[in-house]
Design a protein around this ligand. Structure first.
Ligand SMILES: *Cc1c(COP(=O)(O)O)cnc(C)c1O
Length: 409
């Protein structure tokens, strides 16, 4: 084919400048400039020895902080068997034990599917819902509905369910049959169709979309509608689940039970792991060969996850999250009242969003300069996701630094 004048050339200017020009890593992230060399508790250290109080937890992954001795022991013990990976062609004990434990703790599920990330868990849930929907209502029952402000991952079906134009537009065409609807009961009443919808996916607390806590009444109405219309109700608890709200599952707060729940971020203590928990009818829809993964649920990650899950399910840890969460709630409300620079505060447990007038990136940079690491969730929203083992004292210290960062602009 002869190139035409209008054809884009391979040397077209990149739209994003890499933040660290010396790095050979593809610049899909704007990385902070310091070089992280060590972690301990709720602190990270750079190569100059400078400490940072970490309210990012590797994006909601490091629930137990850094250098946790229990995780270190679990890793050592997992190595004793000599099994890091066997493939899913063989049975191993850790994966079976982890599935049983998750199913038991969930209070609703009968089966677990393991994979390696959050997006993979949601893609798996979508495939399970489609196969189930097809068996129930024929090929027309395949549409997946997601809601405004949702984030479900960066793969083709999950990005189609993700409400961020910048994540979607450059990659069209996305997976067909995936739609985004307003977070509104009336709109959902219209959109959720018994004959054509197979699944509704929502985050009980939207993370990337600005830390929006869905009203229990809305989640309950979603549950009622999906039940009446035989639509799979999938809760994406990849960010808000596994203890972050002060409950093992965020859905417990709303008093609803889903048909499937997806998990990932904190599940294996920083090792990559995702999971889909589902009720029996969804498990029954899937037969051998319908879905797969080479790595998912391997003995090494599953052993570590078993340890992490035990720790996260500990009622004492969950009570601690609720208590320190209350400290955060009070502290953030006080910052809002004192500074006049905070438009809104949203969240629960150890998951908080703070709307500011100026660009979030500017506050994040000042906070980093003051030794506090925080995230954004949209242009003007700061997001706080500290490790769940955060002490009251460190919570107060972090709030103090945050207030400084907000006011020194
Ligand atoms: C992070 C996240 C995902 C995607 O997880 P990856 O492991 O990055 O693929 C999906 N859903 C929610 C709610 C998330 O926060």
């Amino acid at each position: 084919m002869t190139p035409t004048a209008s054809a884009p050339t391979l040397s077209a200017a990149p739209t994003d400048q890499p933040s660290a020009p010396s790095s050979a890593i593809l610049a899909t992230y704007k990385r902070a400039p310091m070089l992280i060399t060590r972690g301990e508790g709720v602190r990270l250290f750079d190569d100059t020895g400078r400490a940072y109080l970490d309210f990012t937890s590797g994006i909601a992954v490091n629930a137990l902080g850094y250098g946790d001795p229990g995780i270190a022991r679990a890793i050592e013990q997992a190595m004793v068997s000599g099994l890091i990976h066997t493939s899913n062609l063989f049975r191993t004990t850790p994966g079976e034990a982890l599935a049983a434990r998750l199913v038991d703790l969930s209070g609703f599920a009968q089966r677990a599917f393991f994979c390696n990330s959050g997006a993979e868990a949601n893609e798996g849930a979508f495939k399970i819902a489609r196969k189930w929907g097809r068996a129930l209502g024929g090929p027309a029952k395949h549409e997946i509905i997601a809601v405004r402000g949702g984030f479900h991952g960066r793969l083709f079906a999950t990005v189609a369910a993700t409400d961020r134009p910048a994540y979607r537009l450059p990659f069209r065409p996305l997976v067909p049959g995936v739609h985004i609807v307003e977070r509104d009961l009336g709109d959902l009443e219209t959109a959720l169709d018994r004959d054509t919808t197979c699944a509704l996916i929502v985050e009980p607390i939207q993370g990337e979309g600005g830390v929006r806590v869905l009203e229990p009444a809305l989640l309950q109405a979603m549950r009622r509608l999906t039940q009446e219309r035989q639509i799979a109700f999938i809760l994406d608890e990849i960010q808000c689940g596994l203890g972050r709200t002060g409950h093992l599952f965020a859905f417990e707060r709303a008093g609803v039970q889903p048909d499937m729940v997806t998990l990932a971020k904190p599940l294996a203590g920083g090792l990559p792991m995702g999971a889909v928990l589902m009720t029996q009818p969804f498990a029954d829809a899937m037969a051998a060969g319908d879905h797969g993964t080479t790595f998912g649920g391997g003995p090494f990650v599953a052993s570590v996850a078993l340890h992490v899950l035990d720790r996260l399910a500990d009622p004492a840890l969950l009570a601690h999250v609720r208590a320190v969460g209350a400290v955060m709630a009070d502290g953030l409300a006080a910052i809002q009242a004192r500074t006049g620079r905070v438009r809104a505060v949203r969240g629960t447990g150890l998951m908080w969003g703070v709307d500011v007038h100026e660009p979030a990136a500017a506050v994040i940079e000042r906070a980093r300069g003051l030794g506090l690491l925080i995230l954004s969730a949209g242009e003007h929203t700061l997001r706080l996701l500290p490790p769940l083992v955060l002490s009251r004292e460190d919570a107060l210290a972090g709030l103090d630094t945050l207030e400084q960062a907000i006011t020194t602009g």
